[in-house]
Design a protein around this ligand. Structure first.
Ligand code: ADP
Ligand code: MG
Length: 225
């Protein structure tokens, strides 16, 4: 039996919120994600989709349960090891995990492709081609802090798609700022990465991403209207 790329074993997460006492952001959740497979995380706003994604890449730790990456107890590793895994093995586009300010959009896309800082012509062409496919080539040489929220998200997506090292790709609402043609290009690129053996975890309401794989529906948060 092969080890799943990602496994959630009864993972829950609560937050202490001064006003509301304890908020259960994610109820105990279990699933496995194999190599080359996609899991779409569905559910209404507040159901815990972004929390689940943050747990999957070790940006948050579970209140109970365990997250395993290739069978290893990822959620028990110390932060520096989780950060190294995010750099080397994961490709993450989530809210709050921002681009590097002071650098241009193009430099940000090149960052995970050329960790030693020496961009080859091929890497640069690949980065430029992804910025173009996502419609942000006109801001390639702008510092990212000057871009709009939507532009920043597309640059982050270009960064995730341009680097080919990722074993697990984690995307939060990736088509939120994309038109139909760019969403089609995104789906095609993700399909290629799945065929190459990467795994994909994606929070989305977008039916245009349905063809990528199976889904996990999170129930509405208790007390939500
Ligand atoms: P979704 O992405 O499905 O809209 P989230 O995972 O962002 O849902 O949030 C789930 C619930 O957890 C919401 O009620 C949200 O307010 C709460 N929550 C998320 N992060 C925090 C936090 N850092 N502190 C307090 N509550 C939080
Ligand atoms: Mg969310």
């Amino acid at each position: 039996m092969t080890v799943p790329r990602l496994e959630f074993r009864d993972v829950s997460r609560s937050f202490e919120d001064g006003a509301r006492a304890t908020v259960l952001a994610l109820r105990p959740t279990s699933f496995t994600l194999a190599r080359g497979e996609c899991l779409r995380v569905l559910g209404p706003s507040g159901a815990g989709k972004s929390t689940l994604l943050a747990l999957s890449c070790g940006l948050l730790l579970p209140t109970s349960g365990e997250v395993l990456l290739d069978g290893e107890p990822f959620s028990r590793w110390r932060e520096s090891f989780r950060a190294a895994a995010r750099r080397r093995r994961l490709s993450v586009v989530v809210q709050g995990l921002s681009l590097v300010t002071g650098m241009t959009a193009l430099e940000n896309v090149l960052l995970p492709m050329v960790p030693d800082g020496l961009a080859t012509r091929a890497a640069r062409e690949r980065a430029e081609s992804w910025l173009a496919r996502l419609g942000v080539s006109d801001v390639a040489l702008s510092k990212v802090e000057l871009l709009s929220g939507g532009e920043r998200q597309r640059v982050a997506l270009a960064r995730a798609l341009a680097s080919t090292h990722a074993e697990l790709i984690v995307l939060d609402e990736p088509s939120a700022h994309l038109d139909a043609a760019r969403t089609a290009a995104l789906v095609e690129a993700l399909r290629e990465r799945l065929d190459a053996g990467a795994s994909l975890l994606v929070a989305t309401h977008d039916p245009r991403l349905d063809s990528l794989g199976s889904s996990l529906e999170l129930a509405p948060r208790e007390g939500a209207p």
